[in-house]
Design a protein around this ligand. Structure first.
Ligand code: PMT
Length: 407
C-alpha cells in the first residue's frame, strides 16, 4: 500500500523449512500493489513448488540459471537491474556464505551479486548453525557492505530446540521493506515525534485512571512517517501493539512521563503529532497500599490537572505542531478552539460517538483543520491511510515554510 504500490521488488527464496512464510510474504507484497518477481534456489523448490509462488505473485518464478527458454534473456542481470529492492527470505547459511564470498552458484546469489539495489537478508536456520563463527563472520561481512540483516528471531525451531534462528515474522519483514523503500521519501531528513495510546494515572498500586485508546492511530502515524523517510520517535502510552520496526520507541505510563519524553524527543524535531489520549486529570497522590473496599461507603479521589503537553512544548518556528481532538459534541467548534488555545498548525478531529471510528477501531473518520481556517473531511478509511493524508498536509505545510524562508 502507498509506498509499495508499483515498486519493483525481487524476492529471493532459499531452502529452509520456513519457506512457507515466504509464500505469505510474497502474497502480502503483491496485495500491497508491488510488482514482485520471485527467484528460488533449487533447494527451495524441494520445500515449495514454484507454482505456489506463481499463484500468489501472478508471475512465473525463476529458479533455473540454465533455463534455455526463459521469459527474459539473462534473467538474473535483467531482474537485478529492474529491482528497486532485493529481499532474501528465508536466507540459509549456505546463501549467506555464497554472497559474502562472492560465489554465485544459483539464481538468488547471482542476482544478489548483480544488483545495485538495496538488499535485505532474513536468515533462518538452526541455532547451532546460526551461532557458528563462520555464519557470524559472513553476517558481519554482509552488514558491513550495507546489507540490511533482519532477524532471526528466537523461538521454537524445526529441530524442536529453542533458540535464535526463526525467520522473522512477515509483518516485521514488510516493515523493513517499507522503511528501506521509503528512505528517499518526502520526509527524508525530517525528525517526526509522534505520541500514541492513552496514559495511566495511578490511584493505588493496582488501579489507575485510563481511557480506551489502543495506540492504533499513533502507531499508524509513526509507520507512515517512517515509510516516507522520516526519523521517527514514537512516545507510547501503555499499548498491546508491537513497536514498529526502524522507529525509536519510548514507552511511558503517566502524562508527566509523556511530557518529559516529548520535550526530550522534540529537540531538533521538525514535527510533533500528538495522537495520544492524554488524561486531563491525575490523582493528587498515589496511595501506597491497595485501597480496601471495606475502608469507606463512598470513595472520592481528589484530582489535579495533568501537564498540558502541547502547551508546555510551546511554539517555535521550526516545530510544526499537530494535535488531535476527540469530541462527543460540537466537533468542529471544539477542534477550532483547541487549534487556537494550543497554538497548533493542524488539528485532526474525530467524532468519538461513531462506533466504527475513533478509539480502538482499525478505521477512522476525521476532519483535518488548519490554523488558516481550512477544513478537509475524510471518509472512513484504515488508520494507516488516515495517517498518510495527515502527512500529505504536513509535507505541504513544511514545503510552504521552506519556500517562505527562501523568499
Ligand atoms: O489510539 P486509538 O485507539 O487508535 O484511538 C485514537 C484516538 C481516538 C485516541 C486519537 O485519534 C485521538 O483523537 N487522540 C486525541 C484524544 C484527546 O486526548 O483529545 P483531547 O481533545 O483531549 O486533547 C487535544 C490534544 O491535546 C490532543 O492532541 C492531546 O494529545 C493533547 N493533550 C491533551 C491533554 C494533555 N494533558 N496534554 C496534551 O497535549
Amino acid at each position: 500500500m502507498y509506498n509499495l504500490a508499483d515498486r519493483n521488488i525481487v524476492l529471493g527464496v532459499t531452502g529452509s523449512i520456513s519457506v512457507y512464510k515466504a509464500v505469505d510474504l510474497a502474497s502480502k507484497i503483491t496485495q500491497a500493489g508491488a510488482v514482485l518477481n520471485v527467484i528460488m534456489t533449487p533447494e527451495a523448490t524441494n520445500f515449495v513448488s514454484p507454482i505456489t509462488f506463481q499463484g500468489v505473485s501472478g508471475r512465473r518464478p525463476y529458479n533455473d540459471m540454465w533455463d534455455v527458454n526463459p521469459d527474459i534473456a539473462e534473467a538474473h542481470v535483467a531482474l537485478a537491474r529492474q529491482a528497486e529492492l532485493l529481499v532474501v527470505a528465508p536466507a540459509t547459511a549456505t546463501f549467506m556464505a555464497r554472497l559474502a564470498l562472492g560465489l554465485p552458484e544459483e539464481m538468488v546469489s547471482l542476482t544478489a551479486l548483480a544488483t545495485r539495489a538495496p538488499v535485505i537478508v532474513c536468515p533462518a536456520m538452526d541455532s547451532q548453525m546460526y551461532e557458528h563463527p563462520a555464519t557470524q563472520e559472513h553476517l558481519n561481512t554482509l552488514g558491513s557492505r550495507g546489507i540490511q540483516v533482519v532477524g532471526p528471531e528466537e523461538g521454537r525451531l524445526a529441530s524442536g530446540q529453542m533458540g535464535p534462528g526463526r525467520l522473522s515474522e512477515v509483518e516485521t519483514i514488510i516493515g523493513w521493506i517499507r522503511h528501506v523503500l521509503g528512505r528517499a521519501g518526502d520526509l527524508a531528513g525530517k525528525k517526526v515525534v509522534v505520541t500514541a495510546g492513552g496514559t495511566h494515572e495511578p490511584i493505588d498500586p493496582v488501579r489507575f485512571i485510563g481511557n480506551n485508546s489502543s495506540g492504533k492511530m499513533g502507531y499508524a502515524l509513526a509507520e507512515a512517517a517512517r515509510d516516507r523517510g522520516a526519523d521517527v520517535v514514537l512516545v507510547s502510552g501503555p499499548s498491546a501493539l508491537p513497536g514498529p520496526v526502524a522507529v525509536e520507541i519510548v514507552r511511558v505510563r503517566r502524562a508527566a512521563e509523556m511530557r518529559d519524553a516529548v520535550i526530550a524527543g522534540c529537540a531538533g524535531a521538525d514535527v510533533l503529532i500528538m495522537a495520544a489520549a492524554v488524561a486531563d486529570y491525575q490523582p493528587v497522590e498515589t496511595v501506597r497500599d491497595k485501597i480496601k473496599r471495606e475502608q469507606a461507603e463512598t470513595l472520592s479521589i481528589p484530582m489535579v490537572p495533568t501537564p498540558d503537553i502541547l502547551m508546555e512544548v510551546g511554539s517555535r518556528e521550526a516545530l510544526l505542531k499537530v494535535g488531535f481532538a476527540a469530541e462527543s459534541q460540537d466537533l468542529i467548534a471544539n477542534a477550532r478552539r483547541k487549534i487556537e488555545n494550543k497554538q497548533l498548525d493542524l488539528i485532526v478531529a474525530n467524532d468519538i460517538t461513531a462506533s466504527d471510528a475513533g478509539f480502538a477501531t482499525d478505521n477512522n473518520r476525521v476532519v483535518i483543520l488548519d490554523s488558516a481556517g481550512g477544513q478537509a473531511q475524510l471518509p472512513l478509511m484504515p488508520k494507516y491511510d488516515v495517517a498518510w493524508h495527515i502527512l500529505d498536509r504536513i509535507v505541504s505545510l513544511l514545503a510552504g515554510r521552506k519556500s517562505q524562508a527562501e523568499a
